[in-house]
Design a protein around this ligand. Structure first.
Ligand code: ZN
Length: 122
């Protein structure tokens, strides 16, 4: 948040000025926007939803979603950099799953609520 006091041109109520002072910083908003931007892509959203329910390798994610492996790898890289997906090596292969965070769980359930679909785990 900026230290600079912002005076709104129209003074409708004291509440407006309080809200202006509480607008999150651009940096905070950038982190939220980045996570949402990554999920704003239908292919990434499908991969993310799948990985909310299982841990899979690139080859199986590609087969499950009908995408090429290089395309899946590209999407996974972006999902990882947004903190939405994590990876781990098992033997020779790399496996991916949704990050184990509160925000990921909320996004997972938000997707299901908006799409009006049930969580397969329920
Ligand atoms: Zn679910």
């Amino acid at each position: 948040m900026s230290d600079k006091k912002i005076i709104l041109p129209h003074n409708h109520s004291e509440r407006d000025n309080i809200l202006v002072e509480e607008i999150p910083s651009l940096e905070t908003i950038r982190n939220v926007a980045d996570a949402m931007k990554q999920l704003g892509d239908p292919s990434r959203l499908r991969i993310f939803w799948l990985l909310c329910h299982c841990e899979e390798c690139v080859i199986n994610i590609a087969a499950a979603t009908g995408m090429s492996s290089p395309a899946v790898s590209h999407h996974l890289k972006l999902l990882k950099s947004a903190g939405l997906v994590i990876s781990g090596r098992h033997g020779k292969e790399m496996y991916y799953r949704a990050a184990d965070t509160d925000i990921v769980l909320k996004l997972h359930h938000t997707i299901e609520e908006i799409a009006r679909i049930s969580c397969p785990e329920n």
